[in-house]
Ligand binder design. Structure first.
Ligand SMILES: NC(=O)c1ccc[n+]([C@@H]2O[C@H](COP(=O)([O-])OP(=O)(O)OC[C@H]3O[C@@H](n4cnc5c(N)ncnc54)[C@H](OP(=O)(O)O)[C@@H]3O)[C@@H](O)[C@H]2O)c1
Length: 312
C-alpha cells in the first residue's frame, strides 16, 4: 500500500505495450508506486506518456513532470497541460545513432545511384555508372539539435560537404552553419540534398514548400525524417514530376499510416519507410527517464526540458 510520501508515477502511452515499460520503470525506481493510468486513478507526481488523451491531463493536475517517450512534442503541446509540470522529451536515448545511419544510407543510396543499379541487376544488366563527385552533393541539414547535429557529423565523416541550419547560431567543426530566417535562402541555395530534422512548430510547419524546395540545386533530393506536416506533399510531387527535384526519401507523412490511395506509394522517385528512422528504445529510454526523475527529486536540473512557448 502506497504511503503519502511514496512517489507515484502514472503510465499512459497509446500504441505501446505497457507491461515491459512498467516492469522496467519499477526495476529502475524500486521505491516508486508505478501504475498504468486508468480514468479516475489517484493523482501522480510524474507521468510517462505518448499521445495521451486530454482526459489524462484534466485528471492528473498535480503532475510535476511529464516524460514524453519520443523526441518530438508537437502533438503533446496541442493538449492543455497541468500548469506546474515540466515537459521532458527523450534526449537521444539511442535515437541519434539510428537517425545517423538512416540518413547516411538515404544520402549514399541517392549519391551512388544504388536504386538504379539494383534495377539494372534485376533486369540482368551488368552496367557501370560514372562515379559522381562528392563535392557536387552538398547536404543541408535543417535542425542542428540532438539528432540533426549527430546526422551532420556522420555525413561529414563520409566527406560530403555538410551545411546546417538552426534557429540560433552554432559552431560545429566541419559543418557550414547558418541560422535564422535571414540565412535560410543562402543555406538552401548551397544545398543539393536537404535533410529535415526540425521540430514541428508554428514557425516550421509547411517549411518544405515549393518556394523553399525550389531554392535547392537543380536535381535536388529531399529526405524528411522529422514530421509529415513540415512537407507540402503536392509541392514535392510537382517539383519531382517537373524534373526540378530528382526524388525524395520520406519517413514521415501528414497522415500516418499513409492512406492506401496516396500517390507516394507508387511514385518511382520516392522511397518510403513507415516512420521508423529512429525508434524509441525501451531500455535506453527507461534508464534516461528514471535518472531524470531522480534528478528532479533531488532538485537538480536536467537536459531535455521543453520550452512550451518555443514549441520544442
Ligand atoms: N522519424 C522519426 O522516427 C523521428 C524520431 C525522433 C525525432 N523525430 C523528429 O526529429 C525532430 C528533431 O529532434 P531533436 O531531438 O534533434 O530536436 P532538438 O534537439 O530540439 O533540435 C531541434 C533543432 O531545430 C532547430 N530549430 C527549431 N526551430 C527552428 C526554426 N524555426 N528555424 C531554424 N531552426 C529551428 C533548433 O535550433 P536551436 O539549436 O537554435 O534551438 C535545433 O537545432 C523532433 O522534433 C521530431 O519531430 C523523428
Amino acid at each position: 500500500m502506497a504511503t503519502p510520501a511514496t512517489m507515484r508515477i502514472t503510465f499512459c502511452c497509446s500504441n505501446t505495450k505497457p507491461e515491459p515499460w512498467l516492469a522496467g520503470l519499477q526495476a529502475a525506481l524500486p521505491q516508486a508506486d508505478i501504475r498504468l493510468w486508468q480514468p479516475g486513478a489517484p493523482a501522480a507526481d510524474f507521468g510517462v506518456v505518448w499521445a495521451p488523451p486530454q482526459q489524462f491531463f484534466d485528471e492528473q493536475t498535480r503532475l510535476k513532470g511529464i516524460f514524453n517517450i519520443g523526441a518530438g512534442v508537437d502533438a503533446l503541446l496541442t493538449l492543455r497541460l497541468p500548469p506546474n509540470a515540466v515537459v521532458v522529451r527523450l534526449d537521444d536515448a539511442g535515437m541519434a545513432v539510428q537517425m545517423a545511419e538512416y540518413v547516411c544510407q538515404a544520402v549514399i543510396r541517392h549519391f551512388r545511384e544504388l536504386d538504379a543499379c539494383a534495377l539494372d541487376m534485376r533486369a540482368g544488366q551488368w552496367t557501370f555508372r560514372t562515379p559522381r563527385q562528392r563535392a557536387d552533393f552538398p547536404v543541408g541539414v535543417m535542425g542542428l539539435g540532438v539528432l540533426g547535429a549527430r546526422v551532420a557529423q556522420a555525413l561529414s565523416h563520409f566527406e560530403f560537404p555538410v551545411l546546417g541550419w538552426s534557429r540560433t547560431a552554432k559552431n560545429h567543426p566541419g559543418i557550414t552553419c547558418f541560422h535564422g530566417p535571414g540565412q535560410l535562402t543562402d543555406f538552401l541555395r548551397q544545398s543539393r540534398v536537404l535533410v529535415n530534422l526540425l521540430p514541428l512548430t508554428p514557425d516550421t510547419v509547411n517549411i518544405l514548400n515549393r518556394d523553399n524546395l525550389s531554392k535547392l540545386h537543380s536535381g535536388g533530393y529531399v529526405i524528411n525524417v522529422a514530421r509529415g506536416a513540415h512537407l507540402v506533399e503536392a509541392d514535392l510531387l510537382a517539383l519531382i514530376d517537373s524534373g526540378r527535384l530528382s526524388g525524395a526519401t520520406l519517413d514521415v507523412f501528414r497522415t500516418e499510416p499513409l492512406p492506401p490511395d496516396h500517390p507516394f506509394w507508387q511514385h518511382p522517385g520516392i522511397t518510403l519507410t513507415p516512420h521508423t528512422s529512429a525508434r524509441t528504445l525501451r531500455a535506453d529510454s527507461i534508464a534516461q527517464i528514471a535518472a531524470k526523475i531522480m534528478a528532479l527529486q533531488r532538485g537538480d536540473s536536467i537536459a531535455g526540458v521543453v520550452d512550451a512557448a518555443r514549441g520544442y
